[in-house]
Ligand binder design. Structure first.
Ligand SMILES: [Fe+2]
Length: 367
C-alpha cells in the first residue's frame, strides 16, 4: 500500500514570488500576518519581494518578527493572539525552520482553541488559516511538511505538533534567499536535509516512492559536497541544488517522519544549544552503526546513495563539514538517552534501538 499526500503547491526557482504572485490574488482586500525571525526575511530580500506582491494585489499585512531559534509554546500562542487581533485571513512564514514552524502552528491556533497543555496532541480539526511558506535556509523542508517542532519544556526536549491542516497552501522556494546564509549555517542545514532523506529510508513508513525521493535529495547533497567543503563562494547552482534537496527531503519526511537521529539530536539542541542540523550530523554515523547490527542492508544502501565506502568515511565527512563535537558528561548522557528513548520518533524506525544502545550511540558520537 502506498499512501502519499503532498497538497502543497511548490514554485521552485529564482524569482518564484514575483513570477507567481497571482497566487495572492484570492486574498485581495484581505490581511496577511507575516511570521519571521529577526533578520533573514529582510536580509535575504524575501520580505521585499513578498511586500511587492502583496501591494500589487491590495493586500494589507502585519510583520511579526518575534520568532527566536527553537521557538517554544508561549511564543506561538502569543503569535496566534496577534494574528487574531489583526484580523489575518492567512499567514506567511519567511525564514528557516523556526519561522516556518512557528507560522504553521500560529495558523492552526488562530482558528482552534487548543489548550496549551494539549498542544503536542496536535489537532484533529481539519482547519487552520491558509499558510504560504518561504524558506531562507536549505535544510528543514518545513515548507512541505505538516509538522512543527517546538521546544517542549515539560519533557525537556523538542516535540513535533502535527496536523494535516498545517500543510502550506503554497511554497515559494527561491535559492536567491539562501545566499545570505554563512558557510557554517549552509553546511549545518544541508546536513539536516540529508538526514531527513536518510531517516526517511530507515522509517517503518518508508516505501518505494519515498525511497526514490530520498535518493534524489541525497544525490543533490552529494553533488554540493565539494562546494560545502571548499573555500570558494558557494555558487547559485549549488545553492539551488541544496535547496532542492531540502524541499525534496521535506516531501519524504512529510510521509515517513524522522527517526532516531532527530530524536537524539533534539537533546543536544534543547540542552546544549547545538544547531539542529549539526546535532543530527554528530549523531548520524554511530546511529547507523547501531542500526547496522540489526539491518546491514539498509545501512549499505544509504552508504551507496551517499557514495561512501563505509561508516568511517561518513564520520570523516561529518567531521570535515561540522567541526568539533561537544563534550558531554556521562551524567548528561544518562538523561539524554532516557528522554530520547521515550521520544515518538525513536519508535518510528524500522529498527528501534534500546535505551542501552542509544546511550552508547551518544557516548561514541560525542567528545
Ligand atoms: Fe530536521
Amino acid at each position: 500500500m502506498i499512501s502519499f499526500s503532498m497538497p502543497v503547491r511548490v514554485f521552485f526557482g529564482e524569482n518564484a514570488v514575483a513570477e507567481n504572485s497571482a497566487v495572492f490574488e484570492r486574498f485581495s482586500g484581505k490581511k496577511a500576518f507575516i511570521v519571521t525571525g529577526a533578520r533573514s526575511a529582510k536580509e535575504s530580500g524575501a520580505l521585499r519581494d513578498v511586500s511587492a506582491a502583496l501591494s500589487k494585489h491590495a493586500i494589507e499585512y502585519e510583520v511579526w518578527s518575534d520568532v527566536v531559534p527553537n521557538p517554544g509554546v508561549e511564543l506561538v500562542y502569543r503569535g496566534a493572539k496577534e494574528a487574531r487581533k489583526c484580523g489575518a485571513a492567512f499567514v506567511i512564514g519567511i525564514g528557516g525552520g523556526s519561522a516556518m514552524d512557528a507560522a504553521k502552528v500560529i495558523a492552526l491556533l488562530a482558528v482552534n482553541p487548543i489548550p496549551k497543555a494539549a498542544i503536542f496532541a496536535g489537532s484533529p480539526e481539519p482547519k487552520a488559516l491558509p499558510v504560504i511558506q518561504i524558506p531562507t535556509t536549505s535544510g528543514t523542508g518545513s515548507e512541505v511538511t505538516p509538522n512543527s517542532v517546538l521546544s517542549n519544556d515539560t519533557d525537556m526536549t523538542k516535540t513535533s505538533v502535527a496536523s494535516p491542516a498545517m500543510f502550506a497552501d503554497t511554497a515559494f522556494v527561491d535559492p536567491r534567499y539562501t545566499v545570505t546564509m554563512d558557510r557554517k549555517t549552509t553546511a549545518d542545514t544541508a546536513v539536516d536535509a540529508m538526514t531527513h532523506a536518510v531517516e526517511g529510508m530507515m522509517s517503518k513508513r518508508a516505501g518505494r516512492l519515498t525511497d526514490a525521493l530520498a535518493a534524489e535529495a541525497i544525490g543533490c547533497f552529494v553533488s554540493a559536497e565539494p562546494a560545502l567543503l571548499g573555500e570558494e563562494e558557494i555558487s547559485m547552482k549549488e545553492r539551488a541544488s541544496l535547496l532542492y534537496a531540502s524541499t525534496v527531503a521535506g516531501m519524504v519526511i512529510a510521509q515517513t517522519g524522522t527517526v532516531g537521529v532527530h530524536a537524539m539530536g533534539y537533546q543536544l539542541t534543547y540542552h546544549r544549544s547545538v544547531p539542529h542540523g549539526r546535532a543530527n550530523g554528530f549523531i548520524l554515523t554511530d546511529y547507523l552503526a547501531a542500526v547496522e547490527k540489526h539491518d546491514p542492508v539498509i545501512v549499505s544502501t544509504i552508504l551507496e546513495e551517499l557514495g561512501l565506502e563505509d561508516l568511517c568515511e561518513l564520520r570523516t565527512l561529518m567531521d570535515r563539514l561540522l567541526g568539533p563535537r561537544p563534550a558531554v558528561s556521562d551524567f548528561e548522557i544518562e538523561g539524554f538517552a532516557k528522554r530520547a528513548a521515550a521520544a515518538p520518533g525513536m519508535r518510528n524506525g524500522a529498527v528501534v534501538l534500546t535505551e542501552s544502545e542509544i546511550r552508547s550511540v551518544y557516548r561514541r558520537s560525542l567528545a
